[in-house]
Write a protein that binds this ligand. Structure first.
Ligand SMILES: [Zn+2]
Ligand SMILES: [Zn+2]
Length: 279
């Protein structure tokens, strides 16, 4: 009861007020900063105390020369920002002015359907190999359409069209004509192979042609360079787990993914041997 009473009373009370002070100290090529805060008025903290730090700074004058007492070298590491979750990526889109409530859900499902990102055990998004390749390609060759400001402006323009304040043909024309010219040019210049194929020293056991490492929707694998004449493919060694197939006693168990990107373990002699294990 005490907790409920305090919480209820606190939410009707005035805000607490802190005085905070920042002092910048110059020392030759370096600058140091000290921050302090002192409680000025406790407000709701009177009935609902929350831990806070109070750091009192000594009273100083502007331009005052300070005495050097001690230098203690210490290394601190800052944490990288955490990866996005569904909730935080929507927040980020919102604050950048990209997407609208009607498009947040399709944006998030599309990048997963295309296998650009996957969720880890804690439901954080992580880019896939194909996601990284697609991103690099877009940033290098289509910098404008992946520019945050451009996209935000476009969304604003579309809103104005919806409200009848702008003519749609003009907006689309301004965007589409330069875009389609750039696209046409990139079709000529950029080859898909550059991003999705790497030569190897291995040869195809079926036809003797060199094998390539190809990037498919679900990661890298060996494929015959004579494709589509020869359809030989093989898992990359990192996917081979070093476990013999218990069914045919000849094949190796490898990590595989279904069309829907579900992980399973199967015999690498498939389709000769159909042994498979599911999580
Ligand atoms: Zn082959
Ligand atoms: Zn087998």
């Amino acid at each position: 009861y005490d907790l409920i009473w305090r919480r209820f009373t606190a939410c009707q009370m005035a805000q607490a007020i802190f005085n905070s002070i920042t002092i910048d100290i110059e020392a030759r090529n370096y600058s140091f900063r000290a921050t302090g805060q002192i409680l000025k008025f406790d407000g709701f903290l009177k009935v609902y105390p929350i831990k806070y730090d109070e750091t009192q700074l000594p009273p100083l004058e502007k331009e005052e020369v300070l005495e050097f007492l001690k230098l203690s070298p210490q290394q601190h590491f800052t944490q990288p920002p955490p990866r996005y979750t569904e909730a935080t990526i929507i927040k980020a889109l919102e604050s950048e002015g990209i997407g609208r409530p009607s498009t947040y859900a399709p944006i998030i499902s599309t990048i997963q359907e295309r296998n650009y990102i996957e969720k880890d055990e804690k439901r954080y998004f992580r880019p896939t190999e194909i996601g990284l390749v697609v991103n690099d390609l877009l940033v290098e060759h289509f910098p404008k359409i992946v520019d945050i400001k451009f996209t935000a402006n476009m969304e604003e323009g579309l809103d104005k069209i919806a409200q009848g304040q702008r003519d749609w043909t003009r907006l689309i024309e301004e965007f589409y004509i330069p875009f389609s010219q750039n696209l046409e040019q990139k079709y000529q210049e950029v080859s898909k192979k550059e991003f999705t194929e790497k030569p190897t020293k291995k040869t195809c056991p079926k036809c003797g042609a060199p094998l390539l490492i190809r990037l498919g929707k679900f990661g890298r694998f060996y494929a015959c360079s004579k494709y589509p004449k020869c359809k030989y493919t093989e898992s990359l060694p990192e996917n081979i787990l070093g476990i013999k197939c218990p069914k045919c006693k000849e094949g190796e168990i490898v990590e595989k993914r279904t069309k829907r990107n579900k992980l399973f373990y199967g015999c690498n002699r498939f389709p000769k041997c159909d042994y498979a294990l599911w999580d």
